[in-house]
Design a protein around this ligand. Structure first.
Ligand SMILES: [Mg+2]
Length: 398
């Protein structure tokens, strides 16, 4: 008996990842044509701020997002350094998302300038996913004057990697069945979850490209990297079945850090808290939100975990403000007396105009022995993907 249907070609999704090119910097150049062709850097203050966006001209000086502003100024003293104008970026973002919404209701925003679209069900109306991506790019350009890069694939993972490949103004289409060949030559750190630490461990195993990673057995990957290993096995083959999830309301934005050595020095603790506050504040601004309910989470070296919360008089997205109130919460802890293993800052009761966001990549609980490793992986994902610090309300109490 023979079958004519192949079990290897299940119905697959048609996903587009769209990512505006150097978004904040591009908006600044759009609004002020005198800036065009110049290195434009949008970010915080010279003393403590970091780069939020750098134009492609600025990137030629080695300037990157999240680099300290002082460093960016050192690299490019003649650059145009501008403070962010979030209200304006939100306005442009609204126009872009309105264009996305013409094609599908399945739009999952990742930030003001980035989204996944599932266009599986609307191809009869608008053409193939690649054609839809082309149309969206043209409409964004015509209606906003800005360029967006697109990746088209059967999974979020591959679409996201594809959109980044030919920036700016890129369009990269990865046909179903060609994922492995597409990914194979790319450096392994292109995969979510591969940060500097995992990168080094993989290099010791002779893995530099994603294709190299495909040569490792799932057993070896799992024994070396635990849960991250089984994820890597699938990711290296482009396997990712997460759906595009629209309309997930974010409940909180936060960040936490597990330290490689327990902290006792008050000066270092203060420095770490300031860094956390800046990170959370930057993320709030990136998502166009402000928060009122502030929580400090502390895990001591003995693994005892506490959290202390306060409701602020007004919602904020300011690092200094967050840091000040954290100072008050700190007095209700034993930080400084007992060694500290982890610190976290979260803001909830969010206000703002972006009502849709997404859940973390790894929401399920993990084996305690692998927690540290996973934390590192999560940190790398946060760096690369910038979304997993968005937590659903149920994880708030952690
Ligand atoms: Mg972008």
């Amino acid at each position: 008996m023979t079958s004519t249907t192949s079990s290897h070609t299940p119905p697959y999704r048609h996903i587009i990842h769209l990512d505006m090119d150097a978004f904040y910097a591009s908006v600044e150049m759009l609004d002020n044509p005198a800036l065009r062709g110049k290195p434009v850097i949008v970010g915080g203050s010279r003393n403590r701020g970091v780069v939020s966006a750098a134009s492609y001209e600025a990137r030629e000086f080695g300037i990157r997002s999240a680099m300290p502003m002082a460093e960016a100024m050192r690299r490019c003293p003649d650059g145009a350094f501008l403070p962010p104008r979030m209200a304006r970026y939100r306005e442009v973002s609204d126009s872009i998302f309105a264009i996305f919404a013409r094609y599908t209701p399945l739009v999952e925003p990742l930030s003001l300038d980035e989204a996944f679209l599932d266009v599986t069900a609307c191809r009869n109306l608008f053409g193939t996913a690649a054609e839809i991506a082309r149309r969206i790019k043209a409409e964004v350009r015509t209606e906003t004057g800005l360029t967006v890069s697109a990746g088209v694939a059967a999974s979020k993972l591959v679409a996201k990697i594809a959109s980044d490949l030919h920036k700016p103004d890129g369009l990269t289409v990865v046909d179903p069945g060609t994922e492995s060949a597409f990914l194979a030559p790319l450096p392994v750190e292109k995969l979510w979850g591969v940060g500097p630490t995992t990168r080094k461990s993989l290099a010791l195993l002779g893995v530099n490209t994603i294709g190299d990673c495909c040569r490792l057995t799932p057993e070896l990957l799992t024994s070396k990297f635990g849960k991250l290993g089984s994820y890597l096995y699938q990711a290296a083959r482009g396997m990712d079945c997460r759906p595009v999830e629209p309309e997930q309301e974010i409940k909180s934005i936060g960040h936490e850090e597990t330290f490689s050595t327990d902290l006792t020095d008050p000066a270092i603790i203060h420095k770490e808290l300031l860094a956390l506050a800046e990170r959370v504040a930057q993320r709030l601004r990136q998502y166009g939100r402000r928060g009122r309910a502030l929580t400090l989470k502390v895990k001591y070296a003995d693994f005892k975990q506490i959290s202390r919360s306060i409701t602020l008089p007004e919602a904020t997205d300011d690092a200094g403000e967050i840091r000040r109130h954290i100072g008050l919460l700190l007095k209700k802890t034993e930080v400084g007396e007992k060694p500290v293993r982890l610190l976290g800052i979260t803001l909830a009761q969010l206000q703002g105009d972006l009502e849709t966001m997404q859940l973390p990549l790894f929401a399920e609980p993990t084996a305690p022995g692998k927690q540290r490793q996973l934390n590192q992986a999560m940190d790398a994902i946060k760096e690369k993907f910038g979304c997993s610090i968005i937590r659903p309300g149920s994880l708030l109490k952690g």
